[in-house]
Design a binder for this molecule. Structure first.
Ligand code: HPA
Length: 276
């Protein structure tokens, strides 16, 4: 994979010139439109980039964007790949390794999630404090993906505490309620059963989804600072009143978009150097 990453880096530098994005954002379900918050951007379709392929899920555009905020370049993956798409870990590993190869220090992962905690309402935001990996396997199994990844990575603080606090501060400044909680990841594509949700609540999960954890594990292993932010698109199975659908994700994110944009814009305009 490393050879393809190098090809992708050369291609991107040829198209956009040499740059180093301090922060990279991966837009999960419902988050693609936050890119409207940025005034000007350069765009490349994933299908033009060596080693990248189009997402297969509705709402995931499949574009790489480069924007500038406060004299900093920010790289944005508008659309992510999921394990349930059936193409293995490769398409999930690739954007993280590419962001790292381009010089990213902070990886910002977003997603839509089902709310398990009884404090959560549809449309709320949750910054990830930790996770439970219930995906079938682990994206770090196998030959070591990158020389900077140890065989046995520490995972005692996958999500950077200082950056969690920054997100909470931005939220309170703008009177946007942001919870802090534990995200449980499953492969999907089926939503959970009510019995599973009850069990996950007992295990300490506050929200459930089908992404984010693999990317967070790889980025943490590479030594990047990771931030995770969920939009609670629905109450998890058995907690709400109607059957779950991907449409909930799309409808909720349209309503929550203004606050999602505010948080992203403000976070990316800060300089996240030296653990500050
Ligand atoms: N379960 C799993 N993934 C999800 C959900 C959910 O309820 N909502 C959005 N993504």
């Amino acid at each position: 994979m490393q050879a393809t990453i190098e090809k992708a880096v050369s291609f991107i530098h040829r198209e956009w010139g040499t740059f180093s994005p301090m922060t990279t954002l991966i837009c999960g379900s419902g988050w693609g439109e936050v890119t409207q918050a940025f005034s000007s951007m350069q765009t490349l379709p994933y299908s033009d980039i060596p080693g990248m392929s189009k997402p297969t899920v509705s709402g995931h555009a499949g574009k790489l964007l480069l924007v500038e905020q406060n004299d900093q370049k920010i790289l944005i993956f508008q659309g992510r790949r999921h394990f349930y798409e059936g193409a293995g870990w490769g398409p999930i590993q690739f954007p993280v390794l590419l962001a790292y190869a381009l010089g990213t220090k902070v990886l910002f992962l977003t997603n839509a999630a089902g709310g398990i905690s009884s404090d959560f309402q549809v449309g709320d935001l949750m910054v990830l404090e930790d996770h439970l990996n219930f995906m079938p396997g682990n994206p770090l199994i196998g030959p070591i993906l990158h020389p900077d990844i140890p065989r046995f990575p520490d995972q005692s603080e996958v999500y950077d505490r200082t950056l969690q606090d920054q997100i909470l501060k931005i939220g309170s400044f703008h009177h946007i309620k942001i919870h802090q909680g534990c995200y449980l990841a499953l492969s999907g594509p089926g939503f959970e059963t009510p019995a599973e949700i009850k069990a996950f609540a007992n295990l300490g999960a506050d929200a459930v989804g089908m992404s984010t954890v693999p990317e967070a594990m790889i980025a943490n292993a590479l030594g990047m600072r990771v931030v995770g932010l969920s939009c609670i698109s629905n109450l998890a199975a058995g907690k709400g009143i109607h059957p779950l659908s991907h449409q909930d994700v799309e409808n909720t994110s349209i309503q929550a978009l203004p606050k999602m944009k505010k948080i992203i814009l403000e976070f990316t305009s800060k300089k996240h150097h030296n653990n500050s």
